[in-house]
Design a protein around this ligand. Structure first.
Ligand SMILES: Nc1ncnc2c1ncn2[C@@H]1O[C@H](COP(=O)(O)OP(=O)(O)OP(=O)(O)O)[C@@H](O)[C@H]1O
Length: 536
């Protein structure tokens, strides 16, 4: 025991820890630096870059680390590069670790829900903002446990640096044991030192995981409301939550559905065009999905897009916001060709994002696509700050007001995963409304909801149509809702518009066999005062 304690405190071994840590830190820091471009190359659409990254991985993953260290120390001098042992071993570690860290980064990025990326694009985020605010925070959080393991493995791999005579802990332990013949106490002391080091790494990993744990942050936010000394919200922002909740409680009941359809139709006839689609065609792998589609939507008009599953409704909505490309035809939003420069060339992704934000085409998705790492208020306020340059206070105030409007002021600090589907979709509505869109595209906003949650979302949309006079294009299977709210119904079948006309007329007396067939299938949804759709 005395011998063990003697070796445990021996300066010769403790100095070895210094070399071990130095090699490990060079390996980890260098590994992260090399891994970043490597992961970007792996994710790149350019095949040459992706292939080069794969080639790198094959070489560094497929050869022993000891050989790599020997190469960096003994072979590089032939190319005129002479490195000290510690640096050679550290660099070999870095280039080796980079393959594993790059793979973690890549899978972290790929693991971020594609729907959130689409939502960010629809909100006008440039690729850089999307990466910085949506993808990286979630990817890095999911990487933390694997990164902790990688740090421990780098520390243990640093013992191989003894092969190029770096005086690290393993080499010094071996030398000491050979000269004293105290093999057992020396190696036990050395093992305990390694355990302390790997334990410290694990503690750092646990601390970081706790620091970035969304559940814990949410709990802290809840507690902080009652603890004035540990507030995480800006003091000024705490007030509006209650104020907004009170406003919500006092909000007048929603007005009835529009009854004066003729007056509305007359007003819309005079209104300017908000959206114009000419000859739009698109095919996936040679199979036509949209065929020579023409549609005009007036400012303030609510158009319900109906049609069987697979008829092309979602594809059409994605094309309007240029989230999808198309083969032929033109789309104008507010008189502008979204996504094209004046010379007719396609815009770069960053310019396209800015153009989306400028023209203001809001979008709601079937799956809500809220940013999973942000609370409800951050989901609404964040894009206002990052895309539209609002100050934090103004964005927060707007977010709270809109959340109150959709009946969610009291859940402003909840994470999406703590909200029901209906509540998530209402947050998504607040987020889409925040920048004041000129056109709102709604892609089956209630299809992912349980039946009892559908009405709460439809009610919010109904109020937007009636109170705000928003221009809306809604893909929906809710016939009753379409009858009550839409000015016009457009029926899509096989990628073509087969019928378009005043909502009640089309729903009650469809003039095309495809419309009639579709409406009969959907007959479970009872139309107010509607006769059975005409038979084909
Ligand atoms: N990325 C894609 N690659 C290949 N085919 C696709 C892709 N996206 C959609 N499609 C196909 O295009 C057609 C139209 O799909 P879309 O999602 O637009 O229909 P939809 O009318 O919105 O259907 P639903 O009501 O079920 O949402 C479908 O046949 C679908 O399989």
């Amino acid at each position: 025991m005395d011998l063990f304690l003697h070796y445990l405190s021996l300066p010769y071994l403790i100095e070895g820890i210094g070399f071990t840590l130095a090699a490990t830190l060079i390996g980890l820091a260098g590994g992260v630096l090399v891994a970043l471009p490597l992961a970007a190359m792996q994710l790149s659409r350019h095949r040459v870059l992706a292939a080069a990254a794969r080639g790198y991985a094959v070489i560094f993953r497929g050869t022993p680390l000891v050989l790599q260290m020997i190469f960096f120390y003994n072979a590089l001098p032939y190319a005129g590069i002479k490195l000290p042992g510690l640096l050679a071993a550290g660099l070999a570690l870095a280039f080796n670790e980079a393959t594993f860290i790059a793979e973690m980064l890549r899978s972290g990025v790929v693991g971020v829900d594609r729907g959130q990326v689409l939502a960010g694009q629809a909100l006008g985020m440039t690729p850089r903002v999307l990466l910085q605010r949506v993808v990286a925070p979630q990817a890095l959080r999911s990487m933390l446990p694997a990164m902790g393991n990688e740090a421990v493995s780098t520390l243990k791999n640093s013992s191989l640096a003894s092969v190029v005579a770096v005086q690290e802990l393993t080499l010094r332990s071996t030398q000491l044991a050979s000269s004293t013949f105290d093999f057992f106490p020396v190696f036990i002391a050395s093992g305990v030192m390694y355990l302390v080091l790997t334990g410290a790494f694990s503690l750092v990993q646990l601390a970081l995981e706790a620091r970035f744990d969304l559940e814990r942050q949410a709990a802290l936010r809840g507690v902080s409301r009652w603890l004035p000394w540990c507030r995480v919200m800006p003091a000024a922002a705490a007030g509006p939550v209650e104020a907004a909740a009170a406003a919500e409680a006092e909000a007048p009941p929603p007005p009835a559905a529009p009854t004066d359809r003729e007056a509305r139709a007359a007003r819309l006839a005079e209104a300017p065009v908000a959206l114009r689609i000419n000859g739009l065609s698109k095919a996936y792998g040679g199979r036509p999905v949209l065929q020579d589609l023409n549609l005009v939507v007036k400012a303030g008009e609510v158009v319900a897009l109906l049609g069987p599953s697979g008829s092309g409704k979602s594809t059409l909505l994605r094309c309007i916001n240029h989230l999808d490309s198309w083969d032929a035809g033109r789309i104008h939003v507010g008189g502008h060709r979204l996504g094209y420069r004046p010379d007719g060339q396609l815009m770069s992704p960053a310019d396209l994002a800015r153009e989306r934000a400028r023209l203001g085409v809001g979008m709601l998705f079937q799956q809500f696509n809220l940013f999973a790492h942000l609370t409800a208020r951050e989901n609404v306020a964040g894009p206002l700050r990052w895309v539209h340059g609002w100050s934090a206070e103004d964005a927060d105030r707007r977010a709270l007001a809109l959340l109150a409007r959709v009946g969610l002021a009291a859940r402003a600090d909840a994470l999406p995963r703590h909200l029901s589907g209906g509540q998530q979709q209402r947050v998504a509505i607040a987020r889409a409304l925040a920048p004041g869109p000129s056109v709102l595209l709604l892609d089956e906003p209630t299809s992912a909801l349980d039946p009892e949650l559908v009405n709460e979302v439809l009610e919010v949309i109904r109020r937007l149509a009636v109170e705000d006079g928003l221009t809306m294009l809604i893909s929906t299977h809710q016939l009753r809702f379409a009858a009550e709210v839409a000015d016009r119904v457009v029926v899509l079948a096989g990628g073509r518009i087969v019928e378009s006309g005043p909502a009640l007329q089309v729903l009650q007396q469809p003039g095309h066999p495809e419309s009639a067939r579709f409406l009969r299938v959907m007959a479970a949804d009872v139309l107010p005062g509607a006769a059975t759709p005409a038979k084909d």
